[in-house]
Write a protein that binds this ligand. Structure first.
Ligand code: ATP
Ligand code: MG
Length: 584
């Protein structure tokens, strides 16, 4: 058996610049890829590269999982290898078909394909059982009668060795008999376990006779009621990797201390032995990432579901309007390293903007409508104004936007008493309407409470297209929609889910609920959008000019009832952060 090597030192700088259109334009380099390149050079696995993504189907995938997916599938793609999707389903009580389906959908949506290599750890339960018998026969595993509580008490601590179980030295025959009867369902839950016989004095707690099997009378989502004993993760994972011929078993840092056990099982069984390599998990500011915490947010109703657009789940990001390319770019940009760190959520937002800027068609929509009447515009006239779909990309073409005597502009684009440096509309002032005319505010109409309800303006017919023949300039261009043609829309504005960068605190176990952002969702029900949006489909992404990037909500948007989610604002905070880092 080849001895796994120590990981070589990680490369912390990961210079990758990825175009939002294509993958791997400049190949990422990191310590994992270095190991793989060296293994190919030395023909260690016959030159093969075979990875796997092994989610436990006990929740929806989050952006941390995306990092692992992009890494595993990305490496396979890059080195001409394969990547399996494997459900690590050893915990029947917490697992569910709903999760299995959502995981498959999310991996596919991210752009990856496992071909015909969709596996379940439970597919290997028979083989795992046979291997357990082998270990018993070798004197390397035994049935223990200690209760879960007694197991805990005799395990020892980091400073104290564990205590050997009185059942540790049972004969092979007795162990075989008891293990077979465990499987046959003769004993109650929690009454017995199968343990590996390693070393109760090992400084590594994982090596102190870890449990391999426990009794559980639970129906398994994939294999039903066939089993009443279930193998533990550590035993299952290495054997599954071995059976599938995985070359590089890439996992997160918390498994570093489990690697000796991973290696022990495979060496004792004398079977094919992949290389486990650990990397630091992704942590993201202003959110939580553990499935347990996310489940709590869903179960206790703090969010509308796993796919709530505020959630860091893949399904939440998808519903929010994030393109899969932005997630792939983000994962490649943060790279992989061996030390834990927290990534600023502003970087994710930057990656989202970067892709949407290139790909999202521009449209006009007014979030807080204020009526404008053009008093000198013919009552029954309608003009079609040609508008660019993307000023950065002429190939995206143009569209026609209707213009008439009654318009809506955003309330924010008018001030009765404009402060200094406010150049937008004000009494007596002239501005440009995007793709249309100059207009000048002549009169302000208020309701009985003194609130502005309408502006009466004149337009200059000579400024069609946005320029005055006399060379007269205006200092602002604002967006608008035709009041006669606009469609009603509901717009949902999302903000960060938590008010502080690290809601869990230093110990990762704090009362994160007290940092939930009460303003993480604002619903605007009275918005007006240009009529071209009538043809948009759920999920379609747009830039509402001057407002941000939005998508049609995939669940609630319908013809006749447009619902839009704001994906991100236009304001790039990441560029500022990067600039200040460079200065420092
Ligand atoms: P969580 O802690 O969120 O519950 P998990 O590790 O229990 O996650 P799994 O379903 O076991 O979730 O994870 C599947 C794969 O994704 C594993 O290889 C795991 O290491 C990886 N993974 C999970 N969370 C992250 C993360 N935050 N960053 C990178 N990889 C992750
Ligand atoms: Mg896990």
């Amino acid at each position: 058996m080849s001895e796994p090597e120590e990981s070589i030192s990680p490369d912390k700088s990961n210079p990758t610049s990825l175009s939002p259109q294509g993958r791997n334009e400049s190949r990422p380099t990191d310590f994992i890829r270095d190991i793989i390149r060296r293994d190919i050079e030395t023909n260690r696995f016959g030159g093969r590269v075979h990875t796997r993504f092994p989610p436990e189907p006990n929740g929806y995938l989050h952006i941390g999982h995306a990092k692992s997916i992009v890494l595993n599938f990305g490496i396979a793609e890059e080195f001409g290898g394969l990547c399996n999707l494997r459900f690590d389903d050893t915990n029947p009580e917490k697992e569910d078909i709903e999760y299995i389906e959502s995981i498959k959908e999310d991996v596919r949506w991210l752009g990856y394909d496992w071909g015909d290599r969709l596996f379940h750890a439970s597919d290997y339960f028979d083989q795992l059982y046979e291997y357990a018998i082998e270990l018993i026969k070798k004197g390397k595993a035994y049935v223990d009668d200690l209760s879960p509580e007694e197991l805990r008490q005799t395990r020892g601590t980091l400073t104290e060795p564990g205590i050997e179980s009185p059942y540790r030295n049972r004969s092979v025959e007795e162990n075989l008999d008891l293990f077979q009867r465990m499987r046959a369902g003769e004993f109650p839950e929690g009454s017995r376990t199968l343990r590996a016989k390693i070393d109760m004095k090992s400084p590594n707690l994982n090596m102190r006779d870890p449990v391999m099997y426990r009794i559980k009378y639970a129906t398994h989502p994939h294999v039903g009621d066939k089993w009443c004993i279930y193998p533990m993760y550590d035993y299952t994972h290495c054997v599954s990797d071995s059976i599938e011929g995985i070359t590089h078993s890439i996992c997160t840092l918390e498994f570093e201390d489990h690697r000796p056990l991973y290696d022990w099982f495979l060496d004792e069984l004398g079977i094919y032995h992949p290389q486990q390599i650990e990397f630091a998990r992704l942590n993201l500011s202003y959110t939580v990432m553990s499935k347990r915490k996310l489940l709590q947010l869903v179960k206790e109703g703090y969010v509308a579901g796993w796919d709530d657009p505020r959630m860091p789940t893949i399904s939440g990001l998808r519903r929010r309007g994030v393109p899969p390319q932005a997630i792939r770019n983000f994962c490649e940009r943060i790279g992989v390293a061996k030390n834990d760190s927290v990534v600023d959520i502003a970087l994710l937002e930057f990656c989202i903007r970067e892709v949407l800027n290139k790909t999202a068609p521009r449209v006009m929509g007014v979030l807080n409508p204020l009526k404008v009447t053009l008093i000198n515009y013919p009552e029954d006239q309608v003009e079609m104004m040609e508008a660019l779909n993307n000023p950065e990309d002429a190939s995206m073409g143009t569209r026609w936007v209707p213009f008439c005597r009654e318009l809506y502009i955003d309330r924010d684009d008018f001030r009765e008493e404009p402060p200094p440096k406010y150049y937008r509309l004000a009494p007596g002032r002239e501005v440009r309407l995007r793709y249309a005319y100059f207009i000048k505010c002549e009169e302000v109409i208020k309701d009985e409470n003194g609130e502005v309800i309408e502006l009466r303006c004149t337009y200059d017919p000579n400024t069609r297209g946005g320029f005055a023949p006399d060379g007269r300039k205006v200092k602002a261009t604002i967006h608008w929609v035709s009041a006669r043609h606009a469609l009603d829309a509901e717009v949902r504005l999302y903000d960060r889910l938590f008010t502080v960068p690290n809601p869990l605190g230093e110990d990762e176990e704090g009362d994160f609920l007290k940092y939930l952002n009460p303003n993480s969702l604002t619903i605007l029900t009275n918005c007006k959008v240009e009529p071209s949006l009538g043809e948009a489909k759920p999920g379609d992404r747009f830039q509402l000019e001057r407002e941000g990037y939005f998508c049609l909500d995939s669940k609630d948007s319908q013809p006749g009832h447009i619902v839009m989610n704001r994906t991100v604002t236009l304001k790039d905070t990441w560029a500022k952060i990067e600039a200040s880092l460079k200065e420092a």
